[in-house]
Design a protein around this ligand. Structure first.
Ligand code: AMP
Ligand code: MG
Length: 481
């Protein structure tokens, strides 16, 4: 691995040098060959030792990043990588700089009361769901390797430990800016902003007000990202400012989950008691998070404080429009619409209402519409719900399609490329993780193979398309930290 270290070249207040703590018996659970190839990594005999943190590869400069964050609305001035250690940056085969980080690699200066470790369940969960998001075209950190440590960690009781090797465009969060802003360290904020612009958004440097351009770009990226989450029925569950990236990638898969039946108020996370991060709240909450980023940038956006505030507020005010636009564009594609009409948003909304009324499965309904668009009546697993509202919606949709230029076959093919058949359904993820905790990786591997081709609905993946039986339903998810 040819490491580079641009983040480590920032002043020492941005990070703390720390080596991973070796573990007893590293054993590879999963290795992402395709991602490794992208990064120019060759899997050698000691790969488990390297990705468990027992062997620090030549050229690595392990460090923990400093950050702060609002957790469920409450500001914590120091969080930081309490169990993740950045080994360095790699330039991938597309010329993109990517971080390689070990999550669960042992305590750091930011561990507070935590053990610095991760359990096998949450590690494999992040592996599965991040790879599913990637396969569905949703920007996300990636999973390169999951390694069992041969040690136990103590959560509710003892559980097997693991380390996740995670790859991201960077690991800079809204909370990283908050860390310096909370210390009234304007130079730190500026250095970080310059770093993010150089690394992610070099075009912002050409703008009249580069830090305003940075804010606007991040706001647009985050609005688009959350729209994509909603397109696939994803609920992040912990949208704290320390889990909102500057790169626009999804990060930190904790108690996240996917909708089965469509319910906009749905919450799975056991710690989200007020429903702050419910499915439908996500655009409003990401806007709240970006507003916290805006506050950190005010001092550097413009020397005139009033002008800075007005310009930053305009960005935050524009976010609901960007979110709605991104959502609508994606929904048009999902409904097979190649043209724009004023009534399209209402058409999409009324489909959701019809689904909600009969607790229809979000993923299956949209997938079934691909067949319906082709003039076939979806049946079996894909049979569409029957209700007066649903039937009326179909008539309305058919009328709308009649005004759209594509042939039925073209439309159906385009729809099948944006409406996943296979998502990592909560009950299948749960089954796979329970088996893995007991040493059986077969269900995990089979599920991983299925979610890697989400647009394939052949008979071999019907098991993964099937919604939960009442007894299989996952009602609550846990952080596991
Ligand atoms: P998360 O909920 O994973 O986004 O983490 C929130 C904060 O808690 C971050 O600062 C993490 O580094 C820290 N944290 C989570 N789990 C642990 C752990 N087991 N040991 C130390 N720090 C942790
Ligand atoms: Mg986090």
């Amino acid at each position: 691995m040819n490491f580079e270290h641009t983040y480590a070249q920032l002043p020492a207040k941005f990070w703390q040098r720390v080596d991973p703590t070796p573990v007893k018996a590293p054993r590879m659970l999963a290795f992402n060959d395709a991602l490794a190839a992208e990064l120019g990594i060759v899997r050698e005999a000691d790969a488990a030792d390297v990705f468990a943190g027992n062997v620090v590869p030549p050229g690595a400069q392990p460090l923990a990043m400093a950050y702060a964050g609002h957790q469920f609305g409450h500001f914590v001035p120091q969080l930081g990588d309490g169990r993740a250690i950045l080994l360095g940056e790699l330039i991938d085969r597309h010329g993109q700089r990517r971080d390689l980080q070990l999550k669960g690699a042992g305590p750091t200066a930011f561990s507070r009361n935590g053990d610095g470790r991760a359990a096998i369940g949450p590690v494999l969960r992040e592996y599965l769901i991040s790879e599913a998001m990637h396969a569905m075209g949703v920007p996300t950190t990636r999973s390169l390797a999951a390694v069992a440590t041969g040690e136990h960690v103590f959560r509710e009781g003892p559980v097997p430990g693991a380390v996740l090797a995670r790859v991201g465009a960077s690991h800079i969060r809204v909370g990283t800016f908050q860390y310096f802003a909370a210390r009234r360290d304007t130079d730190g904020v500026r250095q970080l902003a310059d770093y993010v612009i150089a690394r992610h958004y070099p075009e912002a440097a050409q703008a009249d007000r580069p830090y305003l351009a940075l804010l606007e770009t991040v706001a647009r990226r985050q609005a688009a990202l959350v729209a994509q989450w909603q397109h696939v029925g994803f609920i992040h569950g912990v949208m704290n400012t320390d889990n909102t990236t500057l790169s626009g990638e999804t990060i930190d898969y904790g108690p996240c989950a996917f909708l089965d039946d469509y319910d906009p108020g749905k919450v799975f996370s056991s710690i989200d008691r007020a429903g702050r991060y419910s499915f439908a709240n996500q655009p409003a909450l990401v806007r709240w998070n970006v507003a916290r980023l805006a506050e950190t940038l005010l001092a550097i956006i413009d020397d005139d404080g009033d002008a800075a505030l007005a310009a930053a507020s305009a960005v935050i005010d524009a976010m609901p429009g960007w979110s709605a636009q991104a959502w609508l564009e994606g929904m048009r594609a999902k409904l097979g619409l190649a043209t724009n009409e004023d009534g399209d948003e209402a058409l999409a909304q009324s489909l959701l209402e019809a689904m909600h009324a009969v607790a229809a499965d979000y993923t299956l309904v949209l997938r079934a519409l691909c067949d319906a668009a082709d003039g076939r009546e979806p049946d079996g697993l894909l049979a569409l719900p029957r209700s007066p509202a649903f039937d009326a919606w179909r008539t309305r949709w058919a009328g709308r399609l009649a005004r759209d230029p594509r042939t039925a076959a073209e439309r159906a093919a385009a729809m099948r490329a944006v409406n996943p058949a296979v998502i990592p359904r909560n009950h299948r993820v749960h089954e796979a993780l329970v088996a893995a905790e007991q040493g059986d990786l077969v269900p995990f591997e089979a599920l991983l193979a299925a979610i890697r081709r989400p647009y394939d609905d052949g008979p071999d993946v019907h098991h993964y398309m099937t919604p939960p039986e009442p007894g299989e339903r996952v009602l609550q998810t846990f952080c596991g930290t």
